[in-house]
Design a protein around this ligand. Structure first.
Ligand code: ADP
Length: 248
């Protein structure tokens, strides 16, 4: 993969729910290694967009090309996840009754069946990878703690780690900084910038300060369409965007 190639190409996506158009002729490209922020008011279609990419919602028309080859609209959600697309929902979902280490261990084996997963011994390389991940997540001291006892922000980091140990090419993150402390938000931004390049990231975020720190490129959605695209500075200066956000 070259940095300039698209990892994801959405072409003329239409989604309607009982006649209500959630996405209208939406086209959007994400480059390999890019860190893209998607913003837009409530109801703009951001969640629906993620649902289309992950196969949860099938569009009435349009196509989603992944890695310039695979049409994701033809695959079920499991196959899409297995092809290297990881998604994080807004609320952290970790296994609360397992330790931090065990959460990462299970995530690393998700391609196996439950039984195979329980039986499989970790090799030293897999163990090292988890140790390294614990450092990256700033959770090394918490490795034997039950995940349910972590703070909200730490759970968010753990879940990001659970995605990363699966080595995804594309990460979709829904408001990752929601509910984090300022220090955690700052570190999340730092982490995402480190991940970009090796991974491609699409981040839905409301916190403009966070968007400003991380994104090279911002897409503004409004009423199921792309209203503007460019640097945050560019889209913030866009008259239509100002109208939508200020409700003029
Ligand atoms: P956002 O994530 O930007 O807030 P959504 O993608 O959740 O926006 O929703 C876009 C629009 O589609 C909203 O008006 C929402 O009410 C509608 N919508 C989303 N999912 C469904 C559904 N399953 N059935 C009916 N309407 C839906």
């Amino acid at each position: 993969r070259r940095q300039t190639d698209p990892i994801l190409q959405l072409e003329n996506i239409n989604v309607s729910f009982d006649g209500f158009k959630a996405l209208t002729n939406l086209s959007l490209n994400i480059g390999v290694g890019e860190l893209r922020c998607v913003i837009g008011p409530n109801g703009a279609g951001k969640t629906t967009l993620m649902d289309v990419i992950t196969g949860k919602t099938k569009p009435q028309s349009g196509r989603v090309f992944y890695d310039q080859r695979t049409d994701l609209t033809k695959l079920d959600p499991v196959r899409i996840a297995q092809s290297g697309i990881g998604r994080k929902f807004q609320k952290p979902t970790v296994f609360e009754a397992l330790t931090v280490f065990e959460n990462l261990e299970i995530a690393q084996k998700t391609n196996k069946s439950v039984w195979a997963c329980l039986r499989a011994k970790m090799n030293s390389e897999q163990r090292d990878r988890i140790d390294e991940m614990l450092g990256t997540l700033r959770l090394a001291a918490e490795r034997h703690r039950l995940a349910g006892l972590l703070s909200h922000g730490q759970k968010q980091f753990l879940e990001i780690g659970m995605l990363l140990v699966q080595e995804p090419h594309l990460l979709l993150l829904d408001e990752p900084a929601a509910g984090m402390t300022d220090a955690e938000t700052e570190y999340t931004a730092e982490l995402f910038k480190q991940l970009a390049g090796k991974h491609s990231l699409m981040v839905v975020e409301h916190d403009m300060g966070f968007v400003e720190t991380i994104a090279d490129h911002v897409t503004v959605l409004h009423q199921g369409q792309v209203l503007a695209e460019g640097s945050l500075r560019e889209v913030q200066a866009n008259e239509q965007v100002i109208d939508v956000y200020l409700g003029r």
